[in-house]
Design a protein around this ligand. Structure first.
Ligand code: SF4
Length: 268
């Protein structure tokens, strides 16, 4: 079987029973979250398809929810290009949170540019520096954050709820938890929402360039993320499922940076 030349909308979009109700429910959840938490609520967008649905709902309904992303310094050009596209399309500002430049230089000097492939610990140290620290700064002073997590994305996300408390007690809202991939693409096509062109090239899940590849037909949506690791290790710490089972991400970030001898602070 060979890959087709269809764009991602034509490949994945399908109108299925209950779609309109799921859109209405997601909108209602976002509206209630904004009522409760604005101005201390932010959408943490990965700039991928699901997050574009959330950004479109926020913009379409003029909800007072900030939009912010992590600029890890290793994103694809296509992903970085989404920031000005979103800003031009919706007339809103996308906040960017990056790791401290001096800490990145120190990390690369000590460990090299490809240390993420050497061990899970090295990969997690890189994620701690480039993702968890900037996420902590994004969430600093905020009471709630919104993600595009869906249960159907992977086995590790099968239990995602619409609302949970993160390990620091903030409300974490996942308004698309019950959406299917077909819903996401139907919504993007229906509303002409801009999306990352890598999705057209068989990247269903998009992270940093060194750690993301296209998937083959029939592969799991997240098979292209950290593909050299065991399935059980495949999260970067941004979405800790249960604080009692997994290390708090702030603690994990702090210890990973300390282990790498990086002098960078992870705020509470
Ligand atoms: S996903 Fe890869 S490049 Fe990005 S922060 Fe994690 S290890 Fe580093």
């Amino acid at each position: 079987m060979t890959k087709d030349n269809l764009d991602a909308v034509r490949r994945h979009a399908r109108l299925t029973p209950g779609y309109a109700a799921r859109v209405a429910a997601a909108t209602d959840r976002l509206r209630r979250a904004a009522d409760e938490h604005a101005p201390r609520i932010v959408q943490a967008t990965s700039l991928s398809a699901e997050d574009m649905v959330v950004t479109d709902l926020v913009a379409r309904h003029r909800l007072p929810i900030a939009v912010a992303t992590l600029d890890t310094g290793t994103l694809h050009a296509e992903t970085l290009a989404m920031v000005p596209r979103i800003e031009a399309h919706y007339g809103l500002a996308v906040e960017r949170f990056a790791p401290p430049a001096e800490a990145v230089v120190a990390f690369i000097t000590r460990h090299g540019e490809r240390s993420m492939y050497e061990s899970v610990a090295q990969r997690k140290a890189c994620c701690a520096l480039r993702k968890l620290g900037p996420l902590a700064r994004m969430l600093d002073g905020r009471d709630a954050w919104v993600t595009g997590l869906r249960r159907g994305q992977s086995a590790a996300r099968a239990e995602v709820t619409f609302e949970e408390a993160d390990e620091n007690g903030r409300a974490k809202l996942n308004p698309l938890a019950d959406w299917s991939e077909a819903d996401v693409w139907h919504y993007l096509g229906e509303h002409g929402v801009p999306y990352n062109s890598l999705h057209d090239r068989y990247f269903p899940s998009i992270g940093c360039a060194p750690c993301t590849r296209a998937v083959a037909l029939g592969e799991d949506a997240r098979a292209g993320r950290w593909w050299w690791e065991d399935e059980s290790a495949k999260e970067c710490g941004l979405h800790v499922a249960e604080a009692s089972r997994l290390p708090r991400w702030r603690d994990a970030a702090t210890s990973a940076l300390a282990a790498a001898d990086i002098d960078a602070e992870v705020p509470a």
